[in-house]
Design a protein around this ligand. Sequence first.
Ligand code: SF4
Length: 393
Amino acid sequence: MPNPPEKFVVTPFEVRGTIDYDRLRTLFGTQELTSELLDRLRRISGAPLPPTLERGVYYSHRDLAELLTGYEQGRRFFLYSGRGPSGPMHLAHLIPFELCQWFQEKLHVPMYVQVTDDEKFWLRPALDRATTYQWGMENLLDILAVGFDPKRTRVFFDTRSVGTMYSLAVDVAKKIPYSTVKAVFGFPPSTNIGLVFYTAMQTVPCFYPSWRTGTQVPCLIPCGIDQDPHFRITRDLAEALGYPKPALLHSQIIPGLSGGKMSSGSGEKDNAVFLNDPPEQVERKLKRAFTGGRASIEEQRRLGATPEICSVWALWRSKFAKDEPEFQQITNDCRSGALLCGDCKSNLIARVNPFLEEHQKRREIVRPIAESLILEPAPGSTGPHGGPPLPSP
Ligand code: SF4
């Protein structure tokens, strides 16, 4: 008898239904992020884990144990994460970058950011080049405001860095059959050929340090589990090109304020708190947010609420609860009915607005250095490895 259909859909382009995360891990063939691995990370870093690791937002991985073993033996890795610039960034967009910043600070490893303004231009018919470029520069400030060390951070801004990336992209593109991208991304015949080539551009950062240095430099990519299919292609290519397979750390999907995935592509601006939302907008959005609460105060006091389905709880969990005791208290009080949704939302608004205010100040601090981190071919550089120096190890 065939297996019954899954009750959820998770792809790089669509997230739908109530996700059974253990089942999803089995379907994708990824590994569980066990408490033993987390203990190892605590020991290696010599520091408490960040909230997203401590509270189970990151729950799955590929080859993290091997990466850490290599690190303990003196084999440095680097971090890679990216952003497709089509508009302002929201709170959930920061999650992989915040984890990268933690790794960089604790393990002193380089970070590569990719701004894929080419992909967004190819993907969204309504966007012109100037718009994706401008959002790329704006988003880059949001990313750097997370606190990366400029000495250990470099940026691939695709339309500007292509001279640095192209030789490797050519090698990569030769190893990707059209049938692979068609099968993974479901491209219809009308797809423009830019999107077909883009898989090569997205793969370049994963191998770039190995290619530039002629050594095997492992890569770690924190990302949402919905993005795993992208990197399955990259991991298969790694073997074909003789580079280390990138390791992955997968987060659960951060729910949007009106349910579904927190997304700026849904066209629903109230589904997310954007980093440039003014305080009154944040208040309005969070007050209307989807919760796991009951129909009446009386019922909630009596039966308690369900934090796991609540978009407000997801934000407490991602970073706004200041420590583990506070997070446990919010969760327990929600479940018992001691905490009501209105109060819980007001408390969260009082945390989110100061965070955004501080974030805007940090954006201005990094503004003067952002340009200097973009990888572009040095004037007069020649040969396939021409380009600016790599970040300090
Ligand atoms: Fe969500 Fe808070 Fe209501 Fe619990 S009390 S369901 S965490 S809003």
